[in-house]
Every structure is written in structure tokens, then in C-alpha cells.
Write a protein that binds this ligand. Structure first.
Ligand SMILES: NC(=O)c1ccc[n+]([C@@H]2O[C@H](COP(=O)([O-])OP(=O)(O)OC[C@H]3O[C@@H](n4cnc5c(N)ncnc54)[C@H](O)[C@@H]3O)[C@@H](O)[C@H]2O)c1
Length: 396
């Protein structure tokens, strides 16, 4: 049996639940990982809530004092599931205490913070870092990455990436996601971060330039929250009489150039009413195209340009075939489909293998990789603020 890996998790709401489930389920569905996750300590700010959470999810200890983690030699991996303003401080604290760190995305509120985190990760030579760009581990996304890196699609012409949500109507109170001091940015850091990561991961190419960025805040004031957030983004929150200012973007669009000469467009919004979690990317290449939308996450669409026009058409690939599709052998029979939680569980399995010296199924975003996504986020902010094109070489 593989050696245990004691995990501590900070934050016990939305991502707290997704990550707790992932550590627990990885033990069952990936019993042969090089290390075995143990739900050691859950940490946060509210002791009674944490104690109840620990009971429900099977954490052995609950604490509001992060020194209980830094001082505990048993804990090897610290997972940071707190809002963006805590990522830098908590990651650096844990790396300096000798822990490996799995941090939520975006890596940081801005590039300056991300740079400090990267420096701390580089100093911590014995440890590993991971960032929760979980969509990489949807089997369909991992398959798209494998097809392109295996040369099946050829030269990349277009990346068309959108992340469309529609939950942020004017009646939603001013939760932390609308507050620049806590979130750093709005739809941009929250949603553009994912689609930039997806574009980089699927194509294997970096951006060389960002241009044409425009962002907007459609609802500029909201009622202050009296209840919540409860762990469902804005679900269950209630607002009081008083209003406060929204200090982040609600939506952003921007363009990019890829290293291989292709063009990319990105759109991220919380105001695409009718869309719920439509994280969607299409990549058009010399030998065909691939398309993914999270709302149908088990499917990868593939157009094979090398097929003659008589039979050519979009193929609907159900990415659940054990031995053929990434991660599928851990799960269910064909077309017994996967959901939101599975990409997180797949990531835990890969992290446990990496901590045991084995290769993940597909590459991780570690702090160095997530820093590259943060550079693109920064370039798009600069492009929007200054109404100009920004060369990636100038964003360090
Ligand atoms: N990977 C994804 O797809 C995905 C999805 C949603 C959120 N996120 C990211 O996860 C992070 C958390 O988001 P969430 O939706 O879980 O938020 P949330 O509001 O549901 O939960 C945040 C948790 O952090 C705790 N917390 C806040 N400040 C703290 C502090 N100073 N010390 C200790 N605990 C503190 C809160 O009490 C709460 O338990 C954010 O960075 C967000 O961008 C990622």
C-alpha cells in the first residue's frame, strides 16, 4: 500500500467542498496512486462551522490557526481554497514551512503577487506546487490536449474561447467576488483565467501579444450582504438596505496572437444570461478542429479536415472509454457520464502520483505555469486600461 500523504485544506465553502470530496474519492477510485491522500486538517475562520464540516467530510482536525498547519510536521500538502487576496500570503507561508502547495486559481490577484509566489516556489526545492486549473482534467479537454500535442491537428489557426456565466443580475448582493480588494478582478481573474489556461494547455502554445481588450461593469452598486456567501457562488446570499460600490469588471473581451502565428479571442462574463457554466473553446487547425463546452463536459467534438467532403462532419466523441480516453478507466462503463467533481478527483490522483515521483496523466499548472496565465491576465488588463496592444515580452 502506498504511503499516506497528510493534507490540510484552508477554506471550507464552494472549493472547500469540491476539494474535500476529491481527496476522499481519490482514495476509492484511484487506489493505486503513488501516495494516498489523508484528510488531516481543515482550516478557516469559523470554528463551529469548521468542526461541523470536518465531521461531514471526514477531516481529522479543524482549526482557525494556520500555525497548527505550519508547525505540524505530519502535514505534507496544503491546499488553499480561500479567496484570491489570501493566495499569496498563505502559499508563501506554507512553502516556507516546508509544505507542498495546491493553490486555487487565479494564482494571485495580480502579477506582482504571482511573482512573489513563483520566487517562493523556486526557493522551495524539495516541494511541489499545483494550481487548480481543474478543467484540464475533464477527459475531453485532456484528449484535445493529447490530440494536438500528438500532431493530429497540425498548425493552429484560431483559438476561440469563451467563459459565459449569467448569475450576476442586479439583485445579487456585493459578495467578495465584486470587491477588488478581495478578488483582484471580476470575471477576468475568475473566468478569463480558466480560458487562458485552457488555450495554453490545449494548444501547447504561449501568447505573444494581447490586444483589443475592453471590459465593463454593468451593475456598479449592490446591496451589502447580510447572509453568505454560502458556498454556491452567489446562491443563498441575501442583501441589506445599504449599498456598496462594485470595484471589479463584470465582463471582458480581448484578442491574442499565439506563438505559432494563430489568432485567439477570449470573452469572459457573468452577464451572459441563459448561460450557466459555459466554459467553451474551439481550436481550428490545419488538419481539423476540436470543440469543448463544459455544459456537455463528457463530449469532445472533432472535425477531421483530412476526410473527404462526402463524409466529413463534426464527430461527437463520448470521452468515457476506458483505456482510450484519459482518466476513463478509473470511472464507469461507457457513457455512464462524469460531472463537475470528477476533474477535481482526477487532479488529486495526479497530485498524489506527482508527490510519489510519478508522472501525471496530463501536465499540471504548477506555480511557474500559472504565472504564465497570470502574465496574460495582466496583459489584457493593461490593454483594456490603455486601449493598446501589449507585447507579452514586455509583461514580466
Ligand atoms: N477551480 C475552479 O473552477 C474554481 C471555482 C470556484 C472558485 N475557485 C477559486 O477558489 C477560491 C475560493 O473560492 P470559493 O468559491 O470556494 O469561495 P467561498 O466564498 O465559497 O469560500 C471561501 C472560503 O475561504 C474562507 N476564508 C476566507 N478568508 C479566509 C482567511 N483569511 N483565512 C482562512 N479562511 C478564509 C471562507 O471562510 C470560506 O470558507 C477562489 O480563489 C476562487 O477563484 C475556483
Amino acid at each position: 500500500m502506498a504511503k499516506d500523504c497528510n493534507v490540510a485544506l484552508i477554506g471550507q465553502k464552494f472549493m472547500g467542498r469540491a476539494h474535500s470530496n476529491a481527496y476522499a474519492q481519490a482514495r476509492h477510485f484511484f487506489p493505486k496512486t503513488a501516495r494516498r491522500p489523508v484528510l488531516h486538517t481543515i482550516a478557516g475562520r469559523n470554528k463551529p462551522e469548521l468542526e461541523e464540516f470536518a465531521q461531514v467530510w471526514g477531516w481529522q482536525h479543524a482549526t482557525t490557526d494556520l500555525k497548527d498547519i505550519t508547525n505540524n510536521k505530519e502535514i505534507e500538502l496544503v491546499d488553499i481554497g480561500t479567496p484570491n487576496n489570501m493566495h499569496r500570503e498563505q502559499s508563501i507561508m506554507m512553502l516556507e514551512a516546508g509544505k507542498s502547495v495546491a493553490c486555487e486559481k487565479p494564482l494571485a490577484q495580480n502579477l506582482a503577487e504571482a511573482r512573489e509566489m513563483l520566487a517562493a516556489a523556486r526557493k522551495a526545492k524539495k516541494q511541489q506546487t499545483f494550481v487548480w486549473y481543474n478543467y484540464r482534467r475533464c477527459p475531453a479537454v485532456a484528449l484535445a490536449h493529447q490530440m494536438i500535442s500528438g500532431g493530429k491537428l497540425g498548425k493552429i489557426f484560431h483559438v476561440r474561447a469563451v467563459y459565459l456565466q449569467g448569475w450576476a443580475s442586479a439583485d445579487i448582493p456585493l459578495i467578495w467576488r465584486f470587491d477588488k480588494k478581495v478578488a483582484g478582478s471580476g470575471a477576468h481573474g475568475d473566468l478569463s483565467a480558466h480560458i487562458i489556461d485552457m488555450a495554453r494547455f490545449i494548444t501547447g502554445e504561449e501568447l505573444t501579444e494581447v490586444s483589443g481588450a475592453a471590459s465593463a461593469t454593468f451593475v456598479t452598486e449592490r446591496t451589502l450582504p447580510t447572509v453568505g456567501p454560502t458556498g454556491l457562488i452567489a446562491g443563498g446570499t441575501k442583501g441589506g438596505g445599504k449599498k456598496g460600490k462594485v470595484t471589479v469588471d463584470d465582463a471582458i473581451v480581448f484578442c491574442g496572437r499565439m506563438r505559432g502565428g494563430g489568432l485567439a479571442t477570449f470573452e469572459a462574463t457573468r452577464f451572459a444570461m441563459g448561460n450557466q457554466n459555459n466554459n467553451c473553446i474551439e481550436v481550428n487547425c490545419e488538419k481539423g478542429s476540436v470543440r469543448f463546452s463544459f455544459e456537455d463536459m463528457n463530449l469532445l467534438w472533432w472535425f477531421d479536415q483530412t476526410e473527404g467532403p462526402r463524409t466529413a462532419g463534426w464527430k461527437r466523441i463520448m470521452c468515457t472509454s476506458a483505456g482510450n480516453h484519459p482518466y476513463a478507466e478509473a470511472w464507469w462503463p461507457d457513457a455512464h457520464v462524469l460531472g463537475y467533481e470528477h476533474a477535481f478527483i482526477n487532479q488529486v490522483a495526479d497530485m498524489m502520483n506527482a508527490l510519489g515521483g510519478q508522472k501525471p496523466v496530463v501536465p499540471f499548472a504548477d506555480f511557474a505555469d500559472a504565472y504564465e496565465t497570470q502574465r496574460v491576465l495582466e496583459a489584457a488588463m493593461l490593454s483594456a486600461e490603455n486601449r493598446c496592444a501589449v507585447k507579452m515580452a514586455d509583461v514580466k
